[in-house]
Design a protein around this ligand. Sequence first.
Ligand SMILES: C[S@@+](CC[C@H](N)C(=O)[O-])C[C@H]1O[C@@H](n2cnc3c(N)ncnc32)[C@H](O)[C@@H]1O
Length: 243
Amino acid sequence: MDLQKVERVYTSYAGVYDAIFGKVFHEGRESAIRNLNVQPDERILEVGVGTGIALPMYPRHCQIVAIDFSEGMLEIAKKRLAEHRMDHVTLHRMDAGAMEFQDDSFDTVVAAYVVTAVPDYRKVVSEMIRVCRPGGRIIMLNHFSNENKVVAAVEKVLSPLTKHLGWRTDLSLNTVLEDTDLHVARKQNVNPLRFWSLVECVNLKNGTEVPHKNGSVHHNGTTVYTHSAPALSAGPTNEEALA
Ligand SMILES: C[S@@+](CC[C@H](N)C(=O)[O-])C[C@H]1O[C@@H](n2cnc3c(N)ncnc32)[C@H](O)[C@@H]1O
């Protein structure tokens, strides 16, 4: 799927996207944002923001920049911004695989249901790492191909079909993380059937060290990120700390 097809497919969905994918994916978005523990003035980038359905869930004391390539999706997001008077959010039409931001521009980068919907996940993940500061967080919420070999085989067969709908089903988390500077701090299964994963990574680029499990990452002397310690130490059974 190339960028023009992404634009066509998602713009054609835009009017009905929230009705189809709103409730069913809500739990994942909510968990992702609830666990962020957003600090005052934290700089957050939402990649592939779509209709902006998750934007009202963030606290207003942060600064959010949100990008998407689909004009149709952005139109709905613009209306949502006006409706909720979200002055702390700015929207841009931009290719997530070639972002126009400077290196280290953000403390936190969020990509909800995006890495399997983009033409080239490698470019997008590498761009997310570039624009996120060392020690910052990169949150991916997505369906990744199953570790069960039988289910993974079915997903592989389905993928050429789902590509026409705007996403693939055959991408594994290991493949996405391969050769990156990302350290998985927390992984939680979410949404119906627990088929989707919320993966919280720390950006270890430029030799940044792995943070303590229940500790925090410091930046310029300020604690800007606190791990969800309870989830790591005594989380529900569907949570899996990989750190
Ligand atoms: C499945 S939707 C997810 C929307 C939203 N994040 C949510 O939680 O529902 C995927 C979004 O990624 C956008 N997208 C796909 N490829 C992109 C790219 N290269 N650059 C920017 N946005 C892209 C699509 O336009 C679409 O809005």
